[in-house]
Design a protein around this ligand. Structure first.
Ligand code: SF4
Ligand code: SF4
Length: 158
């Protein structure tokens, strides 16, 4: 998936380090299989067929909506209780995932919505596909980007 995303953004080559260190060079075969399967599903016959296609959908960060908010949501049925999301959020994000000791000695993990900033670190850390979903919130606030933000001393006049 990472390779497909980089190529869609125009990459001519991708590289990997940590996964090969952890799993050995054979992991590259799995990556090639995964990329080939994804290309088949989407009808791409070559890398060139989708290279750069996503570029038109990107924008400068200053035009992103400052009022957009999303919150992580954990599917408790899918969760295997590994705790990776909790550690990631606790140590390097916003301490927004609570850990609760259950009667059987395992832990349950839940998002403290008021603390969540929507960084999606927990989602990319979770080993279970689709276990953590980022859910868009209705803030009732209008679109506002950094060029318009009153906190920006260089904002453009409206
Ligand atoms: S999205 Fe970020 S802040 Fe929110 S729970 Fe996940 S890691 Fe924590
Ligand atoms: S990382 Fe995913 S599977 Fe692990 S505890 Fe968090 S939500 Fe559950």
């Amino acid at each position: 998936r990472d390779a497909a995303e980089f190529i869609a953004l125009g990459s001519g080559a991708v590289q990997v380090c940590t996964a090969a260190m952890l799993h050995g060079f054979r992991i590259v075969e799995d990556m090639k299989d995964g990329l080939a399967r994804w290309m088949d599903q989407h009808g791409h016959r070559s890398l060139q067929a989708f290279r750069g296609q996503a570029v038109g959908h990107t924008t400068d960060w200053k035009y992103l909506d400052i009022n957009y908010k999303s919150v992580a949501q954990i599917d408790q049925q899918a969760c295997i209780g590994c705790g990776r999301c909790h550690i990631a959020c606790e140590d390097t994000s916003h301490q927004a995932i609570a850990s609760t000791l259950k009667a059987d000695g395992t832990h349950a993990y839940s998002v403290i919505e008021d603390e969540c900033v929507g960084c999606n670190l927990c989602q990319i850390t979770c080993p279970v596909e689709n276990c953590i979903e980022m859910v868009a919130q209705d803030t009732g606030k209008p679109y506002l980007n950094w060029t318009q933000d009153p906190r920006n001393p260089y904002r453009e006049a409206s």
